[in-house]
Design a protein around this ligand. Structure first.
Ligand code: SF4
Length: 265
């Protein structure tokens, strides 16, 4: 796209195609996203603990995972690269964390150069619990997590691992729950987690029209009854008001064709 500035590294990528507009908070940020191979796509460990239950596992019954959206569904080389990256993460976590630290530092410099603030989404296509068992080293110092190592970077993710929102998370890490009606037990637990903790909850609707129909309406899912906002205007979930349902519409072949209940009709 002409005029698009792109940040590329071995682990995270970002694009910037809008000028910073005064008063528009979203345009003040650039988001770097990491795309790994979800669930067990790379073999070995499962990167998405709740994917089976939530009906989005792309390696099982064609779940509606975002890994099959956009260009990745067309270019299998993109998914091959994600698998290779994930295998590096699984084989040597410490070395991978060192790569991430280096790339986030480079991204911060890039943001500085372009006059925007850095935001990072580590789970573009995974659901890793980065707040536990992912220490790192920065400038010779040991940190329990990347969030503590980079206090001036805003991190955020969507998650189906609802137990994560009950944890005391660092103030620069925002988690949004991801609803799925594929399984009543999961739907009950995720709506209860939203209610218990006040966390926002994203709901993916079948079409843009359906999402638009629900925007600005009070909608009930299990224990959660909240206003729906248009979540597609920006992906910067940390700028959303609190205690809302983030309404999104299905993108990509798998999500559009999803019949599991992950995508709401
Ligand atoms: S939608 Fe999220 S949790 Fe589900 S398989 Fe994809 S990355 Fe994992």
């Amino acid at each position: 796209m002409p005029g698009t500035r792109v940040f590329k590294s071995a682990t995270i990528i970002a694009g910037l195609n809008a000028k910073t507009v005064k008063g528009d908070k979203a345009s003040e940020y650039a988001t770097a996203i990491m795309y790994l191979a979800p669930a067990k796509m790379a073999g070995g460990a499962n990167l998405c603990a709740m994917a089976r239950e939530a009906g989005c596992d792309p390696t099982h019954d064609n779940g509606g995972c975002l890994v099959n959206s956009g260009q990745a569904q067309v270019f299998s080389s993109i998914n091959r690269a994600r698998i290779a990256k994930t295998q590096r993460y699984l084989a040597d976590r410490a070395a991978f964390m060192a790569e991430l630290v280096r790339d986030i530092e480079r991204f911060m410099k890039w943001c500085d150069k372009h006059g925007v603030k850095p935001a990072v989404r580590l789970n573009g296509t995974s659901d890793i619990q980065w707040e536990v068992a992912h220490p790192c080293i920065r400038f010779g110092g040991y940190y329990e997590s990347l969030f503590l190592a980079f206090p001036t970077v805003q991190f955020y993710d969507y998650t189906k691992v609802y137990k994560r929102v009950y944890r005391q998370l660092p103030s620069n890490y925002q988690l949004v729950l991801s609803y799925s009606g594929a399984n009543q037990r999961y739907a009950d637990a995720v709506t209860k987690a939203a209610q218990d903790t006040g966390s926002n909850m994203a709901v993916v609707y079948r079409t843009k029209e359906l999402r638009d129909y629900f925007v600005d309406k009070l909608v009930q899912y299990g224990e959660t009854c909240r206003d729906v906002i248009d979540g597609d205007q920006t992906d910067l979930r940390f700028l959303d008001p609190q205690r809302v349902i983030v309404g999104l519409y299905a993108k990509g072949r798998a999500a559009k064709a999803d019949t599991s209940g992950f995508v709401v009709r």
